[in-house]
Design a protein around this ligand. Structure first.
Ligand code: GLU
Length: 375
């Protein structure tokens, strides 16, 4: 049986807290008593020397109460206004709850480009490192006041995974309103069982996530498994647990229900973490079994091993690489655009030159540009 990790063995932990945990669905008020118990959990890990970063949702949920907006879905302008008002309340809540334990909180609001552009990504990473160096706890949220539908993370699950790999966290805790990943949607299927550990995200695991939406947060199980791919390929283990109970981190440590997603044992370089976490892969390359083996042995991806190309991408864009069973093998920066990739797939390197009419790079994805998923 695969060993289940212990939370207290990690040195840098990102804790993502969903809106439904922080804000009461009926009254729209902050759940202060619950937050206090999470604050104690965080303080305990900080006291043993771990670096902690919080990704907190709840700005829009709090802001809509303060502004007395009607129930139901909000338009873009209304959510931006709600986020603007609610983020102040949210930041104050975190500052107070951590402050009670002598911990200083720092607020970081990010927009999609802050993590998707390499230069800004490195800049954001430096800010977090500086906060860690002074033992502060960064509290991160999307800057929903300026995010528009086209340029936004949308859900804090993937945002948290991106931030976790960016800061080189070894563990990401996703606290939501569901215990973890079930074999089938538990509300519909009484025979569904909780999966305690996912050594690697197979096509089957992805399919299980399909139907199991959680109750209130923006991201359902699909975005949580997507977060799992980003995190684990970038070298960060992830655990999904319910935060509906007090002291949710202590509950995980005490053997409470949760699902662990394991990261590959080998270290992942900083550049590969960035590639692995790319939030908007533009296409998919489908490989034959031989090519999958070659990649796992550390080789580059050659055009000959590609069976099918999906998507519209430019040279240098991030793409997902999948094996014959549909499972994600990794993510990489592709050396050809989609039109050329289709022309040269399945061909050997000499034929590639003939098709393209010039001597291009022979690899479809160079091994330095490829981040492999856990095997
Ligand atoms: N950023 C949003 C907020 O603070 C939440 C996004 C989510 O629920 O995933 O309200």
């Amino acid at each position: 049986m695969t060993a289940i990790p212990t939370l207290s063995s990690f040195r840098r932990i990102v804790v993502k807290v969903g809106s439904s945990l922080l804000v009461d669905g009926e009254k729209g008020a902050l759940k202060q008593a619950w937050l206090d118990t999470l604050g104690e959990d965080i303080a305990r890990h900080a006291a043993r020397g771990a670096d902690i970063l919080v990704v907190s949702s709840g700005a829009i949920a709090l802001g809509r109460t303060i502004l007395k907006l009607p129930k139901g879905p909000l338009g873009l302008e209304q959510s931006q206004a709600a986020a603007s008002v609610g983020q102040i309340a949210l930041a104050r809540a975190w500052s107070e709850v951590l402050g009670r334990h002598g911990i200083v909180a720092g607020q970081i609001l990010v927009t999609l480009n802050d993590t998707e552009e390499r230069r800004r990504y490195l800049n954001a990473r430096n800010t977090v490192e500086t906060l860690f160096a002074v033992r502060a706890v960064p509290v991160v949220n999307e800057n929903d006041t300026v995010a528009t539908d086209e340029i936004r993370y949308g859900d804090n699950d993937r945002l948290a995974a991106r931030v976790a790999t960016m800061v080189g966290a070894d563990c990401l805790v996703l606290l939501s309103d569901i215990d973890g990943l079930y074999t089938a949607p538990p509300q519909k299927d009484p025979a569904a069982t909780l999966i305690p550990v996912v050594p690697r995200i197979t096509a089957e695991i992805e399919a299980m996530a399909g139907g199991a939406a959680s109750e209130t947060s923006r991201g359902g199980m699909t975005t949580k498994v997507e977060a799992g791919k980003i995190a684990t390929t970038g070298g960060t283990a992830m655990v999904i647990a319910s935060g509906k109970h007090e002291a949710p981190l202590a509950r995980i440590e005490g053997g409470g229900p949760c699902t662990w997603f394991l990261a590959p044992a080998s270290p992942v370089t900083s550049r590969k973490k960035w590639i692995a976490g790319s939030l908007e892969p533009r296409g998919v390359l489908w490989l034959d079994a031989g090519a999958v083996d070659a990649l796992r042995k550390g080789r580059s991806l050659l055009p000959a091993g590609v069976k099918k190309v999906d998507g519209v991408f430019e040279r240098g864009d991030a793409v997902i690489v999948r094996g014959p069973d549909g499972a994600e093998v990794g993510r990489g920066l592709v050396a050809f655009d989609a039109v050329a990739a289709v022309q040269i797939m399945g061909r050997n390197s000499q034929a590639v030159e003939a098709v393209l009419g010039y001597k291009g790079r022979t690899e479809m994805i160079h091994r330095d540009d490829l981040a492999l998923a856990a095997e």
